[in-house]
Design a protein around this ligand. Structure first.
Ligand code: HEM
Length: 456
């Protein structure tokens, strides 16, 4: 972590500018997952990228070394914060939430919400998760072709809805995900634009984003209303927010606050988990040997073990999900804004810079991973993980502002994978898995696969 005093910092070299043309820089930032690799290969592990005058468009500092990731992700206020343009825009439209709060408000909210997401608390939901997942994976017909992207979203949405948020989604994931995806895409595009109009200018894209956000908030208001009127509804996340009080003032969260958070949980939790699940299932459908190992592991444990401790009882399945997070995870990069001059991997970063840890680039770096593009779940076995730099694998971020949903996602996805493979044998139809990164990384189109009932 940066411990530099002003004198120490003064002795450090500045961050070098990336030797790419303007067009190349804009193109790299537009596709930040592969863009960070391009920037690293051109300029090194800590590189500055400009796309406009500093006053209008702060420079990006792209960080792709484990040490740099550690320096950025363990840093906290007042050195770094989250109020970079994407987040201030997100807040302006969606309202304040855990995702976009600046430090002081975030500390209070995180303290309130963290207890719902601990490993122990998630363990209390696994029986419910198991029921939902089992039920969701039953609707396929033997021999039919499915879209793994769409069905992963459908399953994930049900798990999130029915285990912690008290809503019963229909069978149409796009009704919810499409507005959230378009909303995020709009804000992400604004962040990358060299020049942007003020938020109050009612362009068609802006009006669309506001309307999409309104729809998401209507769903959140319905969730909250149902939870208040039905005391038996399984909705621990919503109930925790209803019961929470500010530790200093004793004030509860307003309904508006709760709705802002619910929208963010939907937006942050659905696509991320579903994209990784879709990738994992696609890989299994290409690598029958790995699929059979997962199936053998899943079939060797009884339902009670799955209900009580899925991750503890399915170590290989967990490794498959981790390897899927490495190669097919949703996070292109993680951003902070430097509020002070600070040290990152031996360089002096100037205050006002946008720090982006290139997660996709770190996860595929040939100097960090043996055969980086090979899907090899055993690299996450306890034995082979020993000695690995903790900062080269950061799918959920790390440090104080890391993903609050990590334990939930890991448990839910392990059960989702297990439950699908327990019943079905998958064959992926396409040999490749194209992605795009409008905000998070998502499949660029349908991911077709044929499912066959597994003979027990
Ligand atoms: C595979 C699944 C997931 C991945 C890869 C993922 C990844 C991430 C990442 C990279 C961050 C930013 C961390 C940082 O800035 O250091 C984040 C933040 C966050 N995630 Fe997730 N996430 C996943 C699932 C979830 C789920 C299931 C939820 C909620 C139900 C969730 C809610 C959040 C929230 C609220 C934040 C902001 C946390 C804060 O600033 O305190 N995520 N996630």
């Amino acid at each position: 972590m940066s411990t530099g005093t002003a004198t120490d910092l003064g002795a450090l070299p500045p961050v070098p500018a990336v030797p790419l043309t303007y067009r190349q820089r804009v193109a790299a930032l537009r596709e930040p997952h592969t863009g960070c690799e391009t920037i690293r290969d051109a300029g090194g592990p800590v590189t500055e990228v400009w796309i406009g005058p500093r006053r209008i468009a702060p420079p990006f500092v792209i960080v792709t070394s484990p040490r740099g990731a550690r320096d950025v992700l363990t840093a906290t206020y007042p050195l770094v914060d989250r109020d970079f343009p994407f987040m201030t825009d997100q807040r302006y439209i969606n309202g304040g939430s855990l995702l976009n709060f600046t430090h002081a408000e975030w500390v209070v909210r995180r303290r309130v919400l963290q207890p719902v997401f601990t490993k122990q608390r998630i363990a209390e939901f696994t029986t419910q998760m198991y029921e939902v997942v089992t039920d969701s994976a039953q609707s396929w017909v033997d021999g039919e072709e499915i879209d793994l992207d769409r069905d992963s979203r459908r399953i994930t949405m049900r798990v999130l809805g029915r285990t912690v948020m008290g809503f019963e989604p229909g069978d149409e994931p796009d009704e919810l995900i499409d507005p959230l995806r378009r909303f995020s895409k709009y804000i992400a595009a604004r962040q990358r634009a060299p020049v942007r109009l003020p938020g109050w200018v009612p362009t068609p894209a802006r009006r669309d984003a506001v309307a999409l956000n309104k729809r998401a908030h209507e769903l959140a208001a319905k969730i909250l209303h149902d939870c208040r009127t039905d005391p038996d509804l399984q909705a621990p996340l919503v109930r925790a927010m209803i019961e929470a009080t500010d530790p200093d003032t004793g004030q509860p969260l307003s309904d508006e606050d709760i709705c802002h958070e619910l929208v963010v949980f939907l937006a942050s939790g659905l696509e991320t988990t579903a994209t990784t699940l879709a990738y994992a299932l696609w890989v299994l459908g290409r690598h029958k040997d790995i699929q059979e190992r997962v199936a053998a592991e899943v079939l060797s444990v009884d339902e009670e073990q799955l209900r009580t401790d899925p991750r503890g009882n399915l170590p290989y399945t967990v490794s498959v999900f981790q390897e899927s997070l490495r190669l097919g995870g949703p996070t292109p990069g993680i951003v902070r804004i430097a509020r002070e001059d600070m040290e990152v991997d031996g360089h002096r970063v100037r205050r006002g810079s946008l720090l982006m840890v290139g997660v996709y680039a770190l996860h595929r770096d040939p100097s960090l991973w043996e055969n980086p593009l090979e899907f090899d779940p055993d690299r996450f076995s306890a034995e082979r993980s020993r000695g690995r730099d903790r900062w080269q694998f950061v799918p959920f971020g790390a440090g104080p502002r890391s993903c609050i949903g990590e334990q939930f996602a890991l448990t839910a996805a392990t059960l989702e994978l297990a439950s699908v493979v327990r019943r079905w044998e998958l064959t992926s139809i396409k040999p490749d898995y194209p992605v795009s990164a409008p905000l998070t990384i998502v499949p660029a189109g349908p991911v077709p696969a044929v499912v066959r009932a597994r003979a027990h």
